[in-house]
Design a protein around this ligand. Structure first.
Ligand SMILES: Cc1cc2nc3c(=O)[nH]c(=O)nc-3n(C[C@H](O)[C@H](O)[C@H](O)COP(=O)(O)OP(=O)(O)OC[C@H]3O[C@@H](n4cnc5c(N)ncnc54)[C@H](O)[C@@H]3O)c2cc1C
Length: 450
């Protein structure tokens, strides 16, 4: 089959308008996470993969805690992990051990972290011109450095603890394909601007159409940047287990899954009550790590100026040929709106399983923005994803084969694309999106400096 133009996706400028325009004109707060989410490869492909799935769901809730973290994804568990590391490493004179409780509406790590595309790839320089125009050069550089810092820190944690094979860490770099001359021109422009601004571009390599055709059988130019792939649920499980085992005398950590928080009320200047379907906890500090669902408990974050829920879709599909013909690398195309990764296999002739996600643009006009329900997939997004790989890798994917699994997940966007991390006025309350305390530090510094 001759390659067809895969330009079905990737219309960022149109997405921006939709992002700022709620479908009904009146956005409503997000609902609680759906009770019957679609089944994802990361969570549901084997019965043993989520040992913490129902952890603490039957245990009585404590009546009090120092810190309540709402949400057991990368962000919530990352906060607990770093807090405990901090307590262990700092010479603090703490009068009593800090009690940290994580509350999760569904199974452990069943939000976006358990349903994503598994790419651990910092942006490197992509969209530099846009970020510089939106902020300024210094802030644009900070945002790239933060992504690099987050990636390096996670990889360091994985390697120092000897978890690489447990969490399926693959270091293979990430190739972005450039389908049109305009895309190629913009990418070179971003790169040149970033280089002038002295951003670290180590490991970025331009690849000609001929090189990519020869090596991978795909007739488009592109560039490679440093990047990894990882099984997100397995990594977050390790982070939780490590944090709990290292809590020692300074802290205690517990997890209560299948415990949706339905309200947070402010009792005194220093006490909040976290209300759940199984009882209430009185807390002095609260971390909202609820991603696209944030506005359920914090209605003032109802979009478009707050946190906009958006549904992403991913599927697993089997290649028609072995890894002798499909080399392992992680990929994206159409400005990052389709991303895929052939999972490594043990034999050259074995046909790799491809995780492919993206394609929201096919769901016009909403583009899956303002959607907070991951119990369904979108048929048009599914169609776009099914057609994508057969259209660009001639003969390597069967256009008629059906995915082995297909699922959705909800993530939260802001209209500027900025992460959203803020304390409340009293500083007892933190809203977090994006999986790194590094983001938190940066955003606090940034907003405080204004
Ligand atoms: C389809 C898809 C593909 C993606 N692909 C990638 C990728 O390849 N690479 C990448 O870096 N990022 C990717 N992302 C983004 C990435 O997954 C998220 O940025 C990251 O997982 C966010 O982690 P989190 O902990 O903030 O949110 P989540 O993992 O969503 O965790 C939030 C948790 O809060 C819980 N919760 C919500 N409300 C309540 C409540 N009221 N009470 C109790 N619990 C509650 C939810 O159930 C959920 O478990 C993708 C996202 C999606 C949806």
């Amino acid at each position: 089959m001759p390659p067809v133009n895969p330009q079905i996706l990737g219309k960022l400028e149109h997405s921006q308008n939709v992002l700022e325009t709620p479908p009904s004109g009146h956005p409503t707060p997000a609902k609680l996470p759906s009770r019957n989410p679609t089944r994802s490869f990361w969570i549901d492909s084997s019965p043993d993969v989520n040992p913490l799935a129902g952890q603490g769901s039957q245990d009585p809730l404590p009546s009090e805690a120092d810190i309540c973290i709402i949400g057991a994804g990368f962000t919530g568990v990352g906060v607990a992990y770093h807090l405990i590391e901090l307590l262990n490493n700092a010479s603090l004179s703490i009068k009593h051990s800090l009690s940290i409780v994580i509350l999760e509406a569904r199974d452990f790590c069943s939000g976006a972290t358990g349903r994503n595309g598994e790419h651990l790839t910092p942006a490197a320089f992509t969209r530099f011109a846009q970020r510089r125009a939106s902020f300024d050069t210094v802030e644009a550089i900070k945002s790239y450095e933060l992504e690099q810092h987050t990636t390096s820190l996670l990889v360091k944690i994985i390697e120092e603890n000897g978890w690489a094979s447990d969490v399926d860490l693959v270091e293979g770099g990430h190739i972005s394909l450039l389908f049109t001359e305009k895309e190629a021109k913009n990418a070179h422009n971003d790169f040149d601007m970033a280089r002038q601004a002295q951003l670290n571009l180590d490991g970025v390599e331009w690849l000609s159409k001929e090189e990519l055709e020869k090596e991978y059988g795909v007739p488009y130019p592109g560039f490679r940047r440093p990047g990894y792939n990882v099984w997100p649920l397995k990594l977050v499980t390790k982070l939780y287990q490590h944090a709990q085992a290292h809590a020692r005398q300074y802290a205690s950590l517990s997890l209560h899954t299948r415990t949706p928080v339905t309200a947070v009320t402010h009792e005194t200047t220093s006490t909040y009550t976290v209300v759940t379907n199984r009882g209430s906890i009185s807390c002095s500090r609260i971390v909202h790590a609820t991603n696209g669902y944030a506005s359920h408990l914090l209605p003032f974050l109802t979009s478009p100026d707050g946190i906009i829920p958006a549904r992403g879709q991913v599927m697993t599909t089997r290649a028609s040929v072995g890894t002798d013909q499909i080399k392992i690398s992680s990929w994206s195309g159409n400005k990052g709106f389709a991303y895929w990764f052939p999972r490594p296999v043990t034999r050259d002739t074995e046909k790799p399983l491809i995780i492919i996600g993206g394609g929201q643009e096919a769901a016009a006009p909403s583009r899956e923005l303002y959607v907070d329900d991951d119990s369904e997939t979108h048929p048009l997004v599914g169609k776009a994803l099914r057609e994508f790989l057969p259209s660009i890798f001639e003969g390597k994917y069967d256009p008629h084969s059906e995915p082995e699994m297909e699922w959705t997940g909800i993530t939260g966007y802001t209209k500027t694309g900025d992460p959203f991390v803020r304390p409340s006025n009293s500083c007892n309350y933190c809203w977090l999106m994006y999986p790194s305390p590094g983001w938190c530090r940066s955003r606090l510094t940034r907003s405080e400096s204004r």
